[in-house]
Design a protein around this ligand. Structure first.
Ligand code: GDP
Length: 508
């Protein structure tokens, strides 16, 4: 049994930060203090010394360029000046004022659900590390209360009155500022290969619906060009970090940051960035201590149903049970007839049996209800609580733009990440984040999209994943021109196909 309530003595800096003392904001972030202590006691994988030093350097750089800094003011004044000039944002180099380029930014903007968002934030942060940029986030009201400030003594919030705050997700913004659009018009106008202009602001459009020009972001040549652009605004719902490993311009640095273990990229960056706010953490610890701490083993079940028409609840339920009891043998039910009376202790708990707590995370309440009923009956027969079934909430449907809905989602993601074993749903970024933060390779339920087939549980019901990493579902496909990239043992042996997403890639 393990409880979240370590005695806090001398907290130290940032998720992965090292020896510095926490800033007052971070000191008041309870999860950051407690998680650091909890994780240091059992975390199996540690960030490399080089990654730790890069994070520390990043924090200094962030502080020097943050929205309270003079560099930031200068850079945003210049942006407004160029925005107001007739030639819009694209100026010839010789016309460009001598702007302090010491501080260049990548501004993250929200798209899709929380899982998608956490994946793209962590990828943006890796991009910031690789390109010496400063990551700022344009959180709306539905996200501001979710996380603590991650960077030492500084802020990552884009100021409320900033020129494009809250406007960067519109089609007009894409039309005016996207890198893809610029490269397309360059090609259509048959301009010289080298870009003749330097933009002050460009949007990187890396969502699932990006086009071939947007994808040119993934070319090393484009990265050369982007170096000159002080403001990048990102729109992405993807975990695009794995693709950096295929880009020659970043590979050496990545190999230094992650020398041995490429499948812990999200694990380390996600743990560093995402400390739940005190309010969210209060819910997490309250639930954990009440229901999960006392079990010998915590099993997280993440059940995401994308289409109820195609996959009825009863079918998924059978699949889940087949997975945990037969395929993965996560739960092995002892023989009830022998345990009932002979081995139960005076406290009613079987002394030799492992107690399992199953956390059911799903929008739909029915999975919990059915599993709870099933294991309750079973426990009664056994005369002991061998399997307890719990849930935090059941929102019934996904809601965009709601702070309380997102908080509940984060509570579930975090509680899942504190389990010992995880079973996740295919194609769900919510599940990716949970197992990535946990540092666990999940059991992934087999996709159950049923069109015209008779409705039966496919076999195997679930399979062990190939890695702890999230999957990059939509990307550039440049590797198609060089199939070696996908072969383990080939030039880039760290990338493989995803188990749950055709053409997806993941680090292994
Ligand atoms: P994906 O759609 O499964 O890839 O995951 P996302 O996190 O991007 O979007 C799904 C959204 O639905 C989440 O952010 C939550 O708002 C909600 N949701 C999905 N599953 C759960 C769950 O198990 N618990 C809670 N509380 N919310 C969920």
């Amino acid at each position: 049994s393990r409880s979240i309530n370590p005695t806090i003595q001398q907290p130290v800096a940032g998720g992965g930060g090292g020896e510095e003392v926490l800033s007052s904001e971070q000191y008041s972030c309870v999860s950051m203090q407690q998680l650091q202590i909890i994780r240091s006691s059992y975390s199996s994988s540690k960030p490399s010394p080089f990654l730790l030093s890069r994070l520390k350097d990043y924090e200094h750089h962030h502080k020097r360029c943050d929205p309270f800094s003079e560099s930031f003011n200068r850079s945003s004044r210049e942006l407004i000046r160029v925005q107001n000039s007739p030639d819009s944002l694209v100026t010839k180099p010789e016309e460009k004022e001598d702007v302090e380029l010491d501080c260049r930014y990548i501004v993250w903007t929200p798209v899709n659900g929380l899982g998608n968002r956490m994946l793209s934030i962590s990828s943006s942060f890796l991009y910031a590390l690789l390109t010496n940029r400063v990551l700022l986030v344009d959180f709306g009201p539905d996200m501001v209360d979710l996380f603590c400030e991650p960077f030492h003594n500084s802020t990552w919030f884009l100021p409320r009155d900033f020129t494009f705050k809250g406007r960067a997700n519109t089609p007009e913004f894409r039309e005016t500022y996207s890198l893809g659009k610029l490269l397309r018009s360059e090609e259509e106008e048959q301009l010289e290969k080298e870009m003749p202009y330097v933009a002050s602001l460009l949007q990187l459009f890396l969502s699932y619906d990006n086009d071939d020009y947007d994808k040119l972001f993934y070319k090393s040549e484009t990265q050369q060009l982007l170096k000159k652009v002080p403001w990048l605004v990102l729109r992405s719902d993807q975990y695009f970090a794995p693709y950096f490993f295929l880009m020659p311009c970043f590979r050496a640095e990545l190999d230094r940051m992650f020398p041995d273990d490429k499948e812990t990229v999200f694990h380390h960056l996600g743990r560093y960035l995402f400390s739940p706010s005190n309010q969210v953490w209060g819910h997490i610890t309250g639930f954990y201590d009440a229901y999960l701490a006392k079990a010998d083993r915590r099993i997280g079940l993440q059940i995401r149903v994308f289409s109820l028409d195609k996959t009825p609840v009863s079918l998924i339920l059978s699949q889940v049970i087949n997975c945990i009891q037969e395929e993965s043998r996560i739960i092995i039910l002892p023989n009830t007839t022998t345990t009932t009376t002979t081995t139960a202790s005076s406290s009613g708990r079987n002394r030799t049996t492992t107690t399992n707590a199953i956390l059911v995370a799903s929008l739909l309440g029915q999975f919990y209800t059915e599993l709870n009923k099933m294991y309750k009956e079973w426990n009664e027969k056994a005369g002991a609580t061998v399997v307890g079934v719990y849930r935090t909430n059941h929102e019934e449907m996904q809601v965009l733009g709601s702070s309380s809905h997102n908080m509940k989602a984060l509570v579930d993601i975090y509680l899942l990440s504190m389990c010992d074993v995880l079973v996740t749903s295919p194609r769900s970024t919510f599940g990716y984040v949970a197992h990535g933060l946990a540092g666990l390779t999940p059991w992934i339920l087999q996709s159950q999209d049923i069109e015209d087939e008779e409705q039966r549980v496919k076999e195997p019901a679930c399979r062990r994943g190939v890695s702890k990493e999230p999957c990059l579902q939509f990307h550039a496909n440049y590797y198609d021109t060089n199939p070696d990239h996908r072969e383990p043992g080939g030039p880039v042996p760290v990338i493989m196909d995803c188990e749950d997403f055709q053409y997806g890639l993941k680090l292994v």
